[in-house]
Design a protein around this ligand. Structure first.
Ligand code: ATP
Length: 272
């Protein structure tokens, strides 16, 4: 595969997908898709509904079989790795699935401890202390620890799920539509939190989203999935200049213009 202009050096690449093909029966969802995710960036991954964004995410996580290509995470080909190497990779990523996917029968504190119990050999006391730190990190009040998911608002569920995704201090978090179902203020708060975590922890963020505010405010780069591959990738300016009909209607549509024209948006840089 030839390297795209402006491609990151290998040291900066946390995930490298090369020529990935995924089929279900006779239906091809992804074909020769290539994508790099760079250390410390917030990458927004967009595309029309049903194009395969979740399929790619699940394939990166090893939850879907692929029929061609390679995916390296931290330089390891997860699919071909031995058990020890897989375990090492799994401890370095955290995932927030679309519905939050907390266990309803466990409290927030217990939910956050689930990955710790699976991967870490530490005392219950330390586990509890670490879980309470995560609750604080994502901006939940201390008394959220003892609550069950059914007692939480949508925004609190997202934060609790993020705390669980962060429980092993990962290098990268995968967020599948993290702001869906949140009101605009809740969504903006969540974006702020993600940016703060990236800045303070050096976290890399891979975010599947339909949320134009998130794309405009929080993402360093955007990748668009279309025609079974990454159609275009780059900063917002690259999206705004692209001629593909879907990309144009998405980034120049009425809703997009509303977001862009926010003059008080401190994160929007016209010269980017
Ligand atoms: N396990 C599976 N078996 C068969 N088909 C599947 C499977 N998983 C996904 N698909 C198909 O792959 C296509 C892409 O689905 P996917 O959920 O990745 O879309 P998406 O881009 O995430 O959509 P949305 O934005 O609506 O969430 C769909 O046609 C879906 O039906």
């Amino acid at each position: 595969m030839s390297k795209a202009k402006g491609a990151a050096s290998d040291d900066d690449v946390i995930i490298r997908a090369t020529d990935v093909t995924v089929r279900f029966g006779s239906k091809t969802i992804l074909e020769n898709l290539s994508l790099d995710v760079r250390r410390g960036e917030i990458l927004g991954f967009v595309g029309a509904s049903g194009t395969g964004k979740s399929v790619l995410l699940r394939t990166i996580l090893g939850l879907n079989q692929k029929q061609g290509g390679t995916i390296e995470v931290f330089g390891t080909d997860y699919e071909r790795a031995n058990d020890a190497d897989r375990l090492a990779v799994e401890q370095r990523w955290g995932v927030l699935f679309q519905q939050g996917a907390l266990f309803s029968s466990l409290t927030v504190l217990e939910n956050i401890q689930v990955p710790m119990r699976e991967y870490l050999d530490i005392s219950p006391g330390l586990m509890e202390e670490l879980a309470r730190l995560k609750i604080d990190l994502v901006g939940l009040a201390p008394d959220a620890a003892e609550k069950f998911p059914s007692e939480l608002s949508g925004g609190m569920i997202k934060r609790a799920a993020l705390a669980r995704a962060l429980s092993l201090d990962p290098d990268i978090v995968f967020l599948d539509e993290p702001t869906s179902g949140l009101d605009p203020i809740g969504a903006a708060d969540f974006d702020e939190l993600i940016m703060t975590l990236r800045d303070t922890l050096g976290l890399t963020v891979y975010m599947v989203t339909h949320d134009l505010d998130s794309l405009f405010m929080a993402c360093d780069r955007i990748a668009v999935l279309g025609q079974k591959k990454v159609l275009v990738e780059g900063p917002l300016q690259t999206m705004l200049e692209n001629d593909d009909p879907w990309v144009r209607s998405y980034f120049h549509g009425k809703r997009a213009r509303t977001v862009v024209s926010k003059e008080d948006n401190p994160y929007y840089d016209e010269d980017q």
